[in-house]
Design a protein around this ligand. Structure first.
Ligand SMILES: Cc1cc2nc3c(=O)[nH]c(=O)nc-3n(C[C@H](O)[C@H](O)[C@H](O)COP(=O)(O)OP(=O)(O)OC[C@H]3O[C@@H](n4cnc5c(N)ncnc54)[C@H](O)[C@@H]3O)c2cc1C
Ligand code: SF4
Ligand code: SF4
Length: 1018
């Protein structure tokens, strides 16, 4: 049986006391000490893991003042903190064993915009894409770019001086900071902006004026050395930017420049005034392909000289990975591959401006040069393609952004890891540097892919290593040292883009002892007792405390405590690399609805993967063989389970409860399974966990109700009117809500599908399925037959949709045959009844395999249930699943376009329909939108598609009382405003759940697109 899991990493008494005291002040944010909460922020995208003592989520500058002032009281003087935003650091920048101050949950308000002067004031938990979405209608954008723009915060960007694509033109974050508001560890607020003399704008003798004048003095006194020492690069060597505190002629001093790039080691930055850039009206991208990566790199300086706004590159490895991913479907028509030559390098050259003539001239010049080189076979250039449309350009960049994640999705235990992933050297030296860098990596037998910003000399490289192997862990430190030496040899930096974090130990080497000691003086001015992000960048002057080191404790140290077989079996949870793509802020993206609606990192795919890893580790440390628990039914007796559940209700701690809470919030929408670059499929390991959890604890009654829905619904449908009355009268509703915790039960269709088919003038024959008769038919006789697969929801609750499908098939000249209803099993999988699910899946598979042998098409209508045949069936049955294929209706229609064309609608002009596709469908099948648009176009009808997130219903999730609020909130976040904009009759939805949610929330049931086809086909 699953044992109870306590853990030994409880919050220390001193921190517990501090956090308790904080909860008794006017601090208005959240304070969390739960183990899961701390675990969720114990990693970032780096190889490191560091468990904090607690997590606080301030709501305002005042909250931080309260917190720091309390921390200055005598019992709490040793409490330390680290600010955190999106947690996307690649080198452990935000990790701490003190308290995480998470700015992302609440401090995400855009406070003020000044259109005339082109600036905006924000709280620092605002996400970069959130800001740009807000700015777009004003014609502005915040121009420093970074790959993690959909989840990285401005606080994180400011603190790492983030930059990325287009940095030659758009600069780094620090170039756009006008003013900052910060809270110092002493509890004082510090406003920083440009001033004529260091400290002149502060009250005499204030802490701020002391800091400013001291910093000013240090930077003036050491000016010569600073200019000599700091590399002449487009990138800043994070630490304290001693060079730019003064402008070139020393007429202006700006203390903000010390805070930008300080990696949160000086103060908590709460607000920022940022300058904005006008969105360029003209953008053109030229995609150039090469015979080798080296050719692409050597061409880069010429491209920069050709006045490109940015030059991005990816090597053959990244290209190869992109080609295997769904993202390739979106760009294959924009990258001009040749049949006769292999493409081994790609440069993406962008021109952006507001001057059409200049833009045209530049592109013509570039193309003339490229044509010449291609004709003369020079420079390894194989071809190029120009993209003028913004949509095309964004598709290419999306591919480039996703490349970072794609590299992490490699199979096996060796995973691409960040530790030397952002080297920067002068661009003209880049190709030679890369030759040596590759030799270094090759000599260590490492596999890797490369991509980056060649215009700025920045290359991203993540060699694949297994941090569970102590030998490879040691090798990481050795290689890291060698890369430091190599970048120095080329006059560059090892941290050209992402900051230092655990690489802070190299600081003295790069700054030189003399300047490094000045950094320490500055740290002492802001944070004399080393309490803010201790160990990062530098320690205060005179302090004996140590910097963090490359060789410090890594996640591998914990992961390797889990046996290899378990790690293999739970591969998706083990592989999460923490890149945070699942924190995507955009409510119109399907990625993780539970993360969006809760703003709680535990309720994200990363959070859930982290919880499962720790759960497996704690079990392994207790000598429990999880796989054996799964193989054999080791359930406790009912009496024991009652006892355990009683103890739980009395507050007995078990880490499994924390894991269960995180799993319960998951909608099982499976967006993570396809949208996460590593394909961390949460529903897969979630159902395994729930299955094991209930070996020890009783299940709620609602689980049994849901798991048996495919048995009870067909029975209830024998008397649909009576059943509807029985379930949906006011008394039953109350009883169901109280006993089962279920609400808003839908009504069964009246008349039922069976009656509709029987009474239909068009498809009455389709109800007579006869397997033996089908088996006896010749292939010729069978050629027009189409088998329609029923599912428990559409058949019984939305029968007109299935009827429409039969009619549409018939109208297209085929013979639809309605298969007898076979339970699909998905509800049992969602609730973790895994052996039940396996039995149902096997039964259904055996049935469908018989039919597949007849080579007849099988077609279903509900995306989530049809996709279950492809995914969960494979996971649970393996080879025993067989190879039948149930198509979604649009997939089948795709094979019969000519028939649709022959039935082109000839009636009066039809309104434009709007498709709201099911999120599981559009994430697993990225062509969903395009397919439906084309199908409708073939029929002569216009269809538009809506970008929406999850509707919030997701099977039974939205019917569970405990999720009702979140379910409704999710609908309001994305669907409701878009549905409200459309005439009801024109709203189409492919998911049964989605149609039910619209019905519940907006009082009408949208049609499935097949209903339009059935009506309009001749
Ligand atoms: C896949 C991937 C691609 C990346 N690509 C790029 C890229 O193109 N360009 C780039 O520059 N970086 C890149 N990064 C690195 C990372 O995304 C950036 O450093 C980003 O700016 C971090 O923002 P965040 O909100 O996630 O900060 P966090 O990781 O949470 O924190 C980063 C640092 O900022 C400090 N901090 C955060 N908020 C505050 C605050 N309010 N006050 C004081 N200190 C604060 C933290 O203490 C920490 O030291 C990439 C990372 C990943 C995983
Ligand atoms: S679950 Fe996927 S997207 Fe989220 S952090 Fe892990 S790897 Fe990244
Ligand atoms: S299945 Fe959906 S809700 Fe659950 S973790 Fe994945 S994306 Fe989030």
């Amino acid at each position: 049986m699953l044992p109870k899991l306590s853990f030994d990493q409880t919050t220390s008494p001193e921190y517990h006391q501090f956090l308790t005291a904080l909860s008794q002040t006017e601090f208005s944010g959240d304070i969390e000490q739960a183990y899961g909460s701390r675990l969720a922020v114990s990693t970032d995208n780096s190889v490191y893991q560091n468990l904090p003592q607690g997590v606080v989520f301030p709501k305002s500058t005042a909250d931080l003042m309260v917190m720091t002032k309390l921390a200055n009281q005598v019992p709490f003087k040793a409490v330390t903190f680290s600010a955190r935003g999106g947690g996307t650091g690649t080198n452990g920048q935000s990790l701490t064993n003190g308290i995480i101050v998470d700015m992302s949950r609440y401090m995400n308000q855009i406070l003020e915009i000044n259109q005339e002067q082109g600036w905006v004031r924000v709280q620092t938990g605002v996400i970069k894409d959130q800001l740009n979405k807000y700015l777009k209608p004003y014609g502005y954008f915040f121009s420093p770019d970074l790959s993690t723009s959909n989840r990285a915060t401005l606080g994180g960007m400011i603190s790492t001086d983030a930059s990325g694509q287009g940095s030659l033109v758009y600069g780094k974050t620090s170039d756009h900071v006008l003013e900052l508001t910060s809270v110092l560890i002493c509890g004082e607020v510090l406003h920083t902006k440009a001033e004529a003399t260091a400290g002149s704008s502060y009250a005499v003798d204030s802490q701020a004026s002391r800091i400013a004048s001291e910093v000013g003095k240090i930077c003036r006194d050491n000016r010569e050395l600073i200019l000599k020492r700091f590399p002449r690069l487009n990138r800043f060597l994070t630490g304290y930017d001693l060079e730019h505190v003064y402008n070139d002629d020393l007429s202006e001093f700006n203390l903000s420049r010390i805070l930008t790039g300080a990696e949160g080691s000086l103060a908590f930055i709460t607000e920022a005034k940022l300058n904005l850039t006008k969105i360029p009206k003209l953008r053109t991208l030229v995609n150039i392909i090469y015979d080798s990566f080296d050719s692409a790199l050597r061409d880069a300086p010429t491209l920069v000289k050709a006045n490109a706004t940015s030059v991005e590159t990816v090597d053959s490895k990244v290209l190869g990975l992109a080609k295997q991913d769904i993202v390739w479907n979106t760009v294959s028509d924009l990258i001009p591959e040749r049949q006769d030559k292999v493409t081994d390098g790609l440069n993406m050259v962008e021109y952006a401006s507001n001057d059409a003539t200049l833009q045209q001239q530049r592109i013509e010049l570039l193309c003339a040069r490229l044509d010449n080189d291609i004709e003369n076979e020079q420079g390894g250039i194989l071809g190029y393609q120009i993209c003028d449309e913004l949509g095309q350009i964004m598709r290419i960049y999306n591919m480039r952004k996703k490349s970072v994640g794609l590299l992490g999705a490699t199979k096996g235990f060796k995973k691409p890891i960040a530790f030397a992933e952002d080297t920067a050297v002068p661009p003209e030296k880049l190709a030679d540097f890369i030759v040596e860098f590759r030799a270094l990596l090759d000599s260590n037998n490492l596999s890797y892919g490369m991509f980056g910003h060649v215009d700025a000399g920045v290359l991203h490289v993540r060699p694949a290593m297994d941090m569970c192997d102590p030998q490879q862990e040691r090798k990481l430190t050795e290689i890291s040292d060698q890369v430091v030496a190599l970048t120095a040899k080329y006059g560059g930096l090892m941290w050209g883009e992402h900051g230092k974090g655990y690489r802070s130990e190299y600081g003295p080497e790069f700054f030189g002892q003399e300047l490094f000691s000045q950094l320490r003086v500055i740290k002492a001015l802001f944070d004399p007792d080393n309490r803010i992000n201790p160990g990062k960048i530098c320690t205060p002057a005179d302090s004996t405390q140590q910097l963090v080191k490359v060789g410090d404790t890594k996640r591998g140290f914990y992961d390797r405590q889990i046996p290899l077989t378990v790690r293999e079996s739970y591969g998706p949870a083990m592989s999460c690399n923490g890149n945070g793509q699942c924190f995507n802020f955009d409510v119109d993206s399907p990625m993780c609805p539970s993360s969006k609606v809760t703003s709680d990192r535990r309720h994200s795919p990363k959070g859930r993967a982290t919880m499962i890893r720790e759960w497996l580790r704690l079990l392994s440390n207790q000598g429990v063989d999880v796989l054996a628990l799964e193989r054999n039914d080791c359930s406790a007796s009912v009496v024991s389970r009652i006892k355990n559940s009683w103890a739980k209700s009395q507050g007995e701690y078990d880490f499994s409860h924390e894991v269960m809470d995180a799993m319960k919030g998951c909608l099982a929408c499976k967006a993570c399974a396809s949208q996460c670059p590593i394909k961390v499929d949460v529903p897969g390991f979630r159902s395994r966990f729930i299955n094991l959890y209930h070996q020890r604890y009783l299940r709620p009654l609602s689980d049994y109700l849901v798991a048996n829905v495919e048995k009870t619904t067909p029975l209830m449908a024998k008397a649909p009117r009576f059943s509807n009355f029985l379930v949906n009268n006011p008394i039953s509703k109350q009883v169901i809500a109280q006993v089962f915790g279920m609400v808003d039960s839908p009504n069964l269709s009246v008349p039922t599908l069976a009656t509709r088919v029987k009474e239909s003038s068009q498809v009455a024959n389709s109800g007579s399925f006869d397997l033996a008769a089908l088996q006896q038919m010749s292939t010729e006789q069978r050629k027009n037959q189409v088998l329609v697969v029923q599912d428990p929801f559409t058949t019984f609750y939305d029968a007109p949709v299935v009827e429409a499908m039969l009619v549409a098939i018939k109208k297209l000249g085929f013979e639809p045959i309605l298969l007898p209803f076979k339970p699909n099993g998905k509800p049992t999988h969602v609730k973790g009844f895994l052996s039940k699910f396996a039995a149902m899946a096997q039964d259904a598979s055996d049935f469908f395999n018989q039919l597949a042998a007849l080579e007849l098409p099988l077609v279903g209508v509900d995306p989530s249930l049809v996709l279950c045949y492809r995914d969960e069936y494979h996971q649970v049955l393996g080879n025993k699943r067989g190879d039948f294929n149930v198509m979604l209706f649009q997939e089948w229609l795709n094979q019969h376009r000519e028939k649709i064309a022959s039935k082109r609608f000839k009636g009066e002009v039809i309104p434009v329909y709007s498709l709201f596709a099911h999120c599981s469908e559009k994430t697993a099948l990225p062509n969903t939108h395009a397919d439906w648009i084309d199908i409708f176009a073939t029929l002569g009808i216009e269809l538009t598609t809506e970008e929406v997130g999850c509707c919030g219903m997701a099977g039974t999730y939205g019917h569970e009382q405990s999720h009702l609020k979140d379910s409704k909130r999710l609908y309001e976040m994305s669907w409701q405003p878009k549905v409200a904009n459309k005439p009801k009759a024109q709203v189409l939805a492919t998911g049964y759940s989605c149609r039910s949610q619209v019905a519940r929330m907006d009082g009408f049931k949208p049609k499935h697109p097949v209903q339009i086809l059935a009506d309009l086909l001749d």
